[in-house]
Design a protein around this ligand. Structure first.
Ligand code: ATP
Length: 235
């Protein structure tokens, strides 16, 4: 089976800046929940933008669902769900209107959109917010709406950048459960997080990014260095 993500010799240098990713190679299999961890500035967001075809590699090859990101960005985007720190929400519209707008952009019919929206709003604890306008929502509620958007179009791969940052414990568990539900459909999830507990609860494997290079691990057995709590090791 074709890996959901294939990265080979990836280099990214920002104009006038240092090399952020320095020959990174790893694969993510279909149906995996794959963690992405690393200190602030390690290059997680840069990598996520490249995987989501929002940023071009300086060198190396990236294939998403078997498609090269340079050649087929539009085809990849149709099969991808993304929730990043900068994900766009229209604050003048309601929660449901944001989801409808997004679903229509992906060419889904209204019935399908509303059905998917109801499912994901319920899973993420947002049913009672459906008619609320986004400008009135708290940060944590907006973040969960971004996740509902990422899952809405039934993508084959979702990329989530710190999906539970700033969420209260109940909302965090709802997000974890939503990720598990999605994964049970043999879909792939790439999950960037600073929470070791989250890695342990959800991830099959992880990539530890450090100084532009990555190390694939099966698990975080102990709280990880260099995050100052202990050592990382392969299970
Ligand atoms: N547009 C840009 N131009 C120049 N340098 C950038 C740009 N975006 C990021 N960088 C630099 O690239 C490095 C990696 O940043 P990135 O945001 O990818 O790290 P991160 O691992 O996501 O960090 P965090 O955990 O803080 O979100 C940092 O040194 C950052 O300053």
């Amino acid at each position: 089976m074709i890996p959901a993500i294939e990265v080979c010799g990836l280099i990214k240098t920002y104009p006038g800046g240092a090399r952020v990713l320095n020959g990174l190679s790893f694969n993510v299999g279909t149906g995996e929940v794959f963690g992405l961890v690393g200190e602030n500035g390690a290059g997680k967001s840069t990598l996520i933008k490249i995987l989501a075809t929002l940023l071009t590699p300086s060198a190396g090859q990236v294939r998403i669902l078997g498609l090269d990101t340079r050649e087929y960005p539009a085809r990849i985007k149709r099969r991808l769900g993304v929730a990043t720190q900068d994900s766009h929400l229209d604050v003048r519209l309601s929660v449901r209107q944001n989801l409808r707008f997004h679903g229509r952009y992906f060419g889904l019919d209204s019935r399908k959109i509303d059905h998917a929206a109801d499912c994901w709003l319920e899973r993420l604890g947002l049913t009672d917010k459906a008619v609320e306008r986004v400008y009135r929502l708290s940060g944590g509620t907006r973040r969960r709406l971004m996740l509902a958007k990422a899952f809405l179009t039934d993508p084959d791969l979702v990329i989530l950048d710190e999906p539970t940052a700033g969420l209260d414990p109940k909302a965090r568990l709802q997000v974890w459960e939503a990720i598990r539900v999605f994964r049970r459909q043999n879909k792939t999830i790439l999950l960037s997080t600073h929470h070791h507990e989250e890695v342990r609860a959800l991830c099959d494997r992880l990539l530890l990014l450090r100084e532009g290079r990555g190390e694939c691990l099966k698990t975080l057995q102990e709280p990880a260095a260099p995050f100052s709590e202990g050592a990382v090791s392969l299970s």
